[in-house]
Design a protein around this ligand. Sequence first.
Ligand SMILES: Cc1ncc(C[n+]2csc(CCOP(=O)(O)OP(=O)(O)O)c2C)c(N)n1
Ligand SMILES: [Mg+2]
Length: 798
Amino acid sequence: MRVESGSVRPIDAAGVAPERLAVLHALEQKILWLAVWMIHHANHIRPKHDGLKVGGHQASSASMVTLMTALYFDVLRPWDRVAVKPHASPVFHAIQYLFGRQTRDKLKRFRALGGAQSYPSRTKDTDDVDFSTGSVGLGVAMTSFAALVQDYVRLKQLTPQRLQQGRMVALCGDAEFDEGNIFEAIYEGWKHDIRNVWWVIDYNRQSLDTVVSDRIFQRMDSVFRDMGWNVVTMKYGRLMQKAFERRGGDALRAWIDASPNALYSALAFTGGAAWRAQLTADIGDVGGVRELLDDHDDASLHRLMTNLAGHDLQTALDAFHGITDDQPTCFIAYTIKGHGLPFAAHKDNHAGLMTPEQMEEFRHRMHIRDGEEWEPFAGLDIPAALVADAIASAPFNQPIDRRYDAPRVPVPARIAAPTGAKMSTQEGFGRLLSNIAREHTELADRIVTTSPDVTISTSLGSWVNRRGVFDRHQRVDFDAQARIQSPQKWSVSPDGQHIELGIAESNLFILLGALGLSAPLFGTRLLPIGTVYDPFVSRGLDALNYACYQDARFILVGTPAGITLAPEGGAHQSVLTPLIGIGQPALTAFEPAYVDELTEILRWSFDHIQNEDGGSVYLRLSTRPIAQPERTLTRELAGEILEGGYWLVPPGACAELAIVASGMVLPEAIEAHRQILEDVPDAGLLVVTSADRLHRGWIHSQRTNGAFHGAPSYVEQLLSVLPPSTGLVTVLDGHSAALSWLGAVASHRVVPLGVEQFGQSGDITDLYRTYGLDTDAIVGAAARLCVRRGRGTKLAAR
Ligand SMILES: Cc1ncc(C[n+]2csc(CCOP(=O)(O)OP(=O)(O)O)c2C)c(N)n1
Ligand SMILES: [Mg+2]
């Protein structure tokens, strides 16, 4: 850390002047200090309410300090976008603090309520996080999809003039590559010929539990190259490179290359004497090695043997600056987890925290005086003005707005619903999009659809025929040339508005996340719609959660859904997705029964995904054609549909029963209601279009004064027309818990019908009978309610 100003040691600089390198080195040390101190402060100094360990990752942070210093203070430009490895969050916050974009107060509250977040968060942190991270692997993949989105808006010339093309950079932990989603993303990225992506891998050969397999990156290297990436291996720092030039250097290099990760780590932890003993035993008889060892004391031998490129600023800068084209590039940077800290390379260091004694020692080493721990320039032997100047002049730190606010896309006040006597919601969705493409071009121009190889079977075909498939390059339509007859006429070009994905639902959700951030990231508002078979929402659930967590805005269509997809069998039938719809934050779920409902909901969704306080939308649809009502939606009914439900048949004053139905089981509910009316003339029929919205409104009201003073929630209003003695039969093609809670709203007894087991193949009639969703099951449930009430109606006698 100590560098005399004016007498900076000359360095064999390839591109960076020695003075600048010295300042960057001072910054590197300052960032290490701040990151480590931030974690220490949270665990050992800040008062705690609960006595629990706060945590934080000093070792993971130390591993990346050099690479992040080089990138943020010299290499990155404001239009570059970065996903930071989750456990390097303290390093990120420290850098932002030096840039003046993070407050000292938030650093002091690292991992506390309202403080700097444990893992970088777009929504909760205030210091300019580009992509949230936390679930390993997802942030990495996000960068390649963001690159695709950047190309999508640039090639269509949608981006504002002032915005420059950036690199999408992932700073990755090496164990992130254990996550399969990364390989799915590499493959998909290759298909789409992505550009301007950098993945910088912190190859410390350690994960959480252990030291990872030997030489795994020889494999990785070829995976990347096969997928069209450039690979830059950053292995040896300059000290090592110099040593290799000496006599005996070749043997030293060969020893390093052949050393098992576990051995290298053990020696890196133990230090100089252990290196000497091991090297003497292994290669001591090779000419020149003894001299090389003798020329180093233990401390300098340790420095030499741990001088990996990922901890060598100059080498890192050279590597990064060496890339000037837009080919996706992977930097494999050798590092040591915990570098510069007492537990460096220790196999158990992931959750390790420095003790107060070790921290005192470290503070001395860093020349930080008591009380100056948070001072940006304390302990530096370089004049503060020089360091301040380097911070102010860092290309990334220029006063350029990095979060854009793109204008809204106007949504028409009315969109005509597709008409037909019988229709499924899925068919209605396809026709609706096609209508929008034809009649509402301003809106349609900003819609981008995507699907993991189920475009046609989720009814997007007609939209794609009209709007084409996106590709960075114009492609020849060989099918058309060969006059192959097909209803699918897909033109493929940069003008296309559908992004066709391979079968990987995780990729779908990460792409939706990237598309849904197009406004803040690329200054262009897009209206993304992704379709997927409803049961396979679960396959990509973590990625869906990830997209929602960073407040990306999109519309997800899960279709077909439920056991209604009867002949397809249990593997293709979704049971629990209605609960995902209720449970997933930042996602509003609807399950319309009729196409006019869907039309209104979709129109609302285009607004909702653009509203500041809005979110994403999930539509659970079906392929079951059902008779459509002959009605014109009044403004009032449209409002009720959006609020979450409406009385299709309002109950009479003394209703003993009400049927509450959601989605494709409505025909059975209507028929059961008709039959019940003979015995229970006041029975009502409530259609639920969004269990999610009803539930959200209800719990909000219960937890706030609304329940006691303000207006009751919408669902309370809906149910207020029922006497307390009314029994409810709830029914949906999905888990019954999605509606059974309605009984708690106004203390009504409930018989919840739904599906709680795996489905099986059959026809709808057989399956509805087997799983208790058919008319008889609904009537039977109603009868049981009447019997329980002790009222011997004719219905109960059935
Ligand atoms: C999907 C997921 N699974 C598990 C974890 C828990 N976890 C956090 S860090 C980590 C290991 C990370 O190792 P690496 O990526 O090599 O980072 P390093 O700490 O070595 O820098 C694990 C398993 C997680 N955050 N996300
Ligand atoms: Mg690691």
